[in-house]
Design a binder for this molecule. Structure first.
Ligand code: SF4
Length: 345
């Protein structure tokens, strides 16, 4: 394993909500004791249902959500930052090194700014260039990398399609020279044909510029084609984390297996309804005790309602949080083929 760009240990993000009917304050544990390492230059996928805490985790790693417990460390070739007490000049420096690509390319761009000004804004706000000429040169370089037509820099966002707008968002995220990017459902709002185009661009950026990505998605087939490593999140906790091929070929957690069952299979004879996920994800203000998945797990036993399962490494880099995983076999022919180097390992 190469050095991690992000190391989180027992990371917790919780919010105190208003008083309920009985006057007691409610705690919402959006992220509940997560530890993970994101390797330099990797494409790290984070999956789970809506309400699992993925976005909050991504924002905490950007110091955009409150870190209420544990630690997050960022490290690149030049600096390291402890995110817990980052402020002032150090926070400004981190903003330059860690960026976010939003989900909705329509809402993310100001309709009153030209494409040039949208991409240039982080440079100007952070004071990263000394002259307008230097800013323009940087904007043109990044726009070219994102395959934007340089003749269009004076246009406004409404003139562009969803895919082109997402390229503008990506250029804006890249312009400060980040080493770590959180891409939060960055292709979810796009047509399928455009998704592949944007994913190819993100992978090219990762490989050419050595940027590390946290790629948040509810779509496992997209993650399979894009990511080197995948973590599965449920109700604020990681339940499984593994190299992509390992996770898709042999999921170890019943929740992961159920998510994979929801992907349409390439094999018309395969029936995977046995793993179908029932019910709704519980509220993070009243999470079930023990294994948080026990209210929806068809394998749950009494111990699951009482004891919190910890992540255990059962194969190289493949960790799972389930008391009884050794008794299950969720092996499958992948419905989607994991990609490239990872797929030939
Ligand atoms: Fe299911 Fe129990 Fe494993 Fe949780 S610990 S996933 S409830 S079998």
């Amino acid at each position: 394993m190469t050095d991690p760009v992000i190391s989180a240990r027992d990371l917790t993000v919780s919010y105190t909500l208003g008083r309920g009917l009985l006057g007691a304050k409610t705690q919402l544990h959006a992220v509940d004791g997560i530890s993970l390492d994101i390797e330099k230059g990797s494409f790290f996928g984070l999956v789970g249902e809506s309400g699992s805490g993925k976005t909050t985790l991504g924002r905490a790693l950007l110091k955009a959500a409150p870190i209420t417990g544990g630690s997050v460390e960022y490290r690149d070739e030049e600096v390291s930052h402890d995110l817990r007490d980052l402020s002032g000049a150090a926070l400004k420096d981190y903003r330059k090194r860690a960026q976010l690509i939003f989900q909705d390319p329509y809402a993310a761009l100001s309709p009153r700014m030209t494409v040039r000004d949208i991409i240039a804004e982080p440079l100007e706000v952070m004071g990263l260039t000394k002259s307008r000429a230097e800013t323009d040169e940087r904007v043109r370089e990044i726009a070219g990398r994102c395959r934007l037509n340089l003749e269009h820099l004076r246009r406004f966002p409404h003139a562009f399609s969803g895919g082109q707008r997402q390229r503008i968002s990506i250029a804006r995220a890249l312009v400060s020279g980040p080493r770590f990017i959180v891409a939060d459902e960055s292709v979810a709002a796009l047509d399928v044909s455009i998704q592949a185009d944007v994913l190819n661009l993100l992978r090219a950026i990762q490989q050419d510029m050595g940027i590390s990505f946290l790629f948040i998605s509810h779509d496992l087939s997209v993650v399979a084609h894009t990511c080197d490593h995948v973590a599965v999140m449920y109700l604020g906790r990681l339940v499984e984390t593994a190299p992509t091929r390992s996770l898709f070929a042999r999921p170890l957690h019943p929740y992961t297996s159920a998510l994979l069952s929801a992907i349409p299979s390439l094999d018309p004879d395969e029936t995977s309804q046995a793993d179908k996920l029932e019910g709704e994800i519980p509220s993070p203000t009243a999470p079930p005790p023990g294994c948080k998945f026990h209210t929806r797990c068809r394998f749950a036993r009494d111990a699951c309602k009482r004891d919190v399962p910890q992540l255990r490494e059962l194969a190289p880099g493949h960790r799972v949080a389930c008391h009884f995983t050794e008794e299950f076999d969720f092996s499958r022919a992948p419905a989607v083929a994991p990609r490239r180097a990872d797929a030939t390992a």
